[in-house]
Design a protein around this ligand. Structure first.
Ligand SMILES: [Zn+2]
Length: 280
């Protein structure tokens, strides 16, 4: 499936997905991430986002050893920002999207220095080039397969993992599943309740209209590659397959928009004219 993606002005329209880029030999690893704003190729990681530790301060994904974990880096060096934190100041050397200059990541060490973790901003990159803020600004957009209309309402397929710094958060929206992450300390028994509450709040509907079910374990085709499938097999107990049904006549497009908004709430465009350090 090819998604038609409009890049930023003055840039050519691209037609690719992580999968086709992988097949074309552009990319040797399935964990390829694109800018959430313009779909420019950003980075290739050795693990999916949901396997990375999270930073408590800003929910950023932590890449502890970028020298070995970052298989490719297409980001460009930005400026250095000094941020006020509770315990003093923090220096951020920022990495930008090559296409639209959105701040995607940062390090606390200078660009020319090696060593030190790389922090990937929450909601700045996606594996799904059909989900970008530029495409979503248009009236028509492909609704991912994981959001569908059933007789009783809109159903959303979820892959739930642990490790979020907040009770419940959207990591990414793939074609086959919305990647949801919950706090590790959350007891298994209340995960369903937590997800119901999350969707009720997100969509502004009553909690009683939202129901979570366990997805029947079936032979499912991999969205990326064998490597990903093997990884999911190995961590099966950590990836919960769930479906959430919203029993109203809510439009799938609205569900998608709300999920994307939730996912990208902390991303904003970086402009060279921007001043100050309040945009942590
Ligand atoms: Zn971009």
């Amino acid at each position: 499936i090819f998604f038609r993606v409009h890049a930023m002005p003055k840039r050519e329209t691209k037609n690719y997905t992580p999968e086709t880029a992988f097949v074309e030999g552009l990319i040797h690893d399935p964990f390829t991430f694109f800018c959430v704003y313009c779909s420019e190729f950003a980075i290739i990681l050795d693990v999916p986002l949901e396997k990375l530790p999270r930073r408590k301060t800003d929910c950023a994904f932590v890449i502890p050893t970028p020298e070995t974990q970052l298989h490719r880096n297409n980001m460009e060096e930005g400026d250095c920002k000094l941020l006020k934190r509770e315990k003093g100041t923090e220096r951020q050397y920022r990495w930008l999207c090559r296409g639209c200059k959105l701040v995607l990541a940062y390090r606390s060490t200078d660009f020319k220095d090696s060593g030190g973790a790389l922090y990937l901003k929450e909601g700045a990159v996606t594996r799904n080039t059909a989900i970008n803020l530029t495409a979503l600004a248009e009236k028509t957009v492909n609704i991912p397969e994981c959001i569908c209309v059933t007789e009783i309402g809109v159903k959303v397929i979820l892959n739930v993992t642990m490790g979020a710094p907040v009770p419940c958060t959207v990591v990414d929206i793939l074609n086959k599943a919305v990647l949801l992450q919950v706090k590790s300390s959350i007891k298994k028994e209340i995960i369903h309740y937590l997800i119901e509450k999350f969707f009720a709040t997100l969509l502004g509907v009553q909690e009683t209209l939202v129901g979570v079910t366990v997805v029947q374990e079936t032979e499912k085709e991999s969205e990326t590659s064998l490597a990903m499938q093997e990884l999911l097999e190995a961590d099966k107990e950590k990836v919960l397959e769930r479906a959430v049904v919203i029993r109203t006549d809510i439009a799938p497009r609205l569900v998608l928009d709300k999920l994307v908004q939730s996912c990208t709430h902390s991303t904003k465009l970086h402009t060279t004219a921007a001043t100050g350090s309040s945009d942590a």
